[in-house]
Design a protein around this ligand. Sequence first.
Ligand SMILES: NC(=O)c1ccc[n+]([C@@H]2O[C@H](COP(=O)([O-])OP(=O)(O)OC[C@H]3O[C@@H](n4cnc5c(N)ncnc54)[C@H](OP(=O)(O)O)[C@@H]3O)[C@@H](O)[C@H]2O)c1
Length: 327
Amino acid sequence: MKSWRFHEFGHIGNLQMEEIDVPLLAQGEVLIKMEYAGLNPADRFLIMGRYQGASEPPYAVGRDGCGEVVKAAADAQFNIGDKVIFTSATVGINREGTLAEYVAIPEEGVALLPEWWSPADGAAGTKVFMTCWQALSDAADLKPDETVVVTGASGGIGLASLALAKAMGANTIALTRSAQKYERLLKSGADYVCETNDPHVVRKIMDLGGGDVIIDVVGGEFLAKCIEMTNTFGRICIVGALGGVNCEINPVQIIFKRLQIHGMQVSMYKAVEAQQALKDLLKVLMPTKARLLIDKIFPFDQVQEAFEHMRRGPMGKVIVGPIGDEK
Ligand SMILES: NC(=O)c1ccc[n+]([C@@H]2O[C@H](COP(=O)([O-])OP(=O)(O)OC[C@H]3O[C@@H](n4cnc5c(N)ncnc54)[C@H](OP(=O)(O)O)[C@@H]3O)[C@@H](O)[C@H]2O)c1
């Protein structure tokens, strides 16, 4: 079978398509024939050797995907032909990932594809929605009518945060670096849109009532602005640090506003917690039938081009597939 694997940490170009054997099943595992795999920025950081807790290569990256169960033990909870998505915290990090034609995985690491998602939606949305659930529900305990400010709003985490926050009854303010994305963000669940690099961004957000919850993927110096734009008793959920890792912050603002600052890590959900988180978040999303916007689907043999496209900051997710259709 074809699999996108790397043998050494370093350049993203180390990821190459290889021909390897279809995996054999260990006890409790199911074999998935992959249809679509979703890319995440963390896959790139992992190959570069910048992802804490990643196993030594070689293996395929890819932590998101959707495929069909083609082999399972007689007493498995899944049937042959079931379409499943990946909740596993180890796939593509500590074991072979989803950028492959087949994946063997413990059955506790997959869940049935929700009926209103296509296989492509499942590859695009699962891990980002689970991360945003960890932030908005587990960490921030978001209440209806509170305001959520979302940075990097046009990305996977940004769009999932907007959709989930709206489904939870909150107001939303999207922050983007790109004025061309305003209209599409308003259509994707943002009540207001502001520009991340606007020198008056804090005042503009305070004029809109400030943020009760901030979902931040930018980090760096922007974290100081997040603290400024948060209301008293606000919660800041740090999901990523795309803009850098160093920041000068004023602890007095955190003290006087009684702020909570949370670090998010979706791969720290234990298997049962991940299953429960997915179940709970889908219950919240079901009335809105929300799915994640897909920017572009690349053929399976163009994974490098897909990573490069994601690096440029598209509007929505980048996925590859249908897998197995390439000549
Ligand atoms: N902690 C966790 O468990 C967890 C889970 C998933 C993802 N993450 C991390 O969260 C971050 C975002 O993930 P994602 O899936 O949303 O990525 P994505 O789809 O690539 O989107 C990121 C968005 O952030 C903005 N952006 C990109 N580079 C930036 C920069 N240098 N400075 C400021 N803004 C920038 C862009 O939006 P605009 O053009 O709209 O500004 C971009 O679309 C990544 O670092 C990822 O590794 C963490």
